[in-house]
Design a protein around this ligand. Structure first.
Ligand SMILES: [Zn+2]
Length: 191
């Protein structure tokens, strides 16, 4: 495994995937490697969970660039773990992602009858899916949710307790208002 000291990134590639640099060296057990970047609060919570699982983890602020008092909450955290713990930490993230996906899949399935789509968006979906969703758009979304590889909470969008659920399947993305179950946006991969 190679390591870029500039970016603190471990990679199998001959070039660093972040900076494109070729000055890589063999990764060492104690090298801190970038694991993931998250919103500040989520990042700190995740770092605590990893530490609780015996994985050393350090966080570094990153993101916005604008360092005003108002921009501060938007800041991200980059999480780094020692190379020796990188695979374990990645496995933990995969497991956590699967757990989250199944939680939301169950929630959306249980509330499938509340799923609804604005007529304008429905027209667009029928057209853009090129026949994939047929006549029954509601059934199309039920199948989409059942087959989604990943469903995640995209976080707060407005004041209040609305949140967006991002569902991914076969390169397509559906965003659903997690509270009202309104379909907010659908984007299809180019076919
Ligand atoms: Zn780099």
């Amino acid at each position: 495994m190679n390591y870029c000291e500039n970016c603190q990134v471990a990679t199998d590639l001959p070039r660093c995937p972040c900076c494109g640099g070729k000055k890589l060296r063999e990764a060492r057990s104690e090298d801190y490697c970038l694991l993931i970047e998250k919103k500040a609060m989520d990042g700190e919570m995740l770092a605590d969970v990893l530490r609780g699982n015996g994985i050393e983890c350090v966080t570094m602020p990153s993101g916005s660039g604008v360092r005003t008092a108002f921009a501060a909450p938007l800041e991200n955290r980059k999480l780094f773990v020692p190379w020796r713990s990188l695979e374990q930490a990645k496995a933990y993230l995969r497991e956590a992602a699967d757990t989250e996906t199944e939680k939301w899949r169950q929630y959306l399935s249980e509330n499938a009858d509340k799923l609804h789509i604005p007529p304008k968006l429905e027209k667009k979906v029928v057209k853009k899916s090129k026949g994939a969703c047929g006549e029954d758009v509601a059934e199309f979304f039920r199948r989409f949710i059942a087959s989604a590889d990943r469903i995640k909470d995209g976080g707060m969008r407005r004041i209040g307790d609305n949140f967006e659920l991002f569902c991914y399947a076969n390169g397509d993305t559906v965003i659903i208002d997690g509270k009202t179950l309104k379909i907010l946006s659908v984007s299809f991969q180019k076919r």
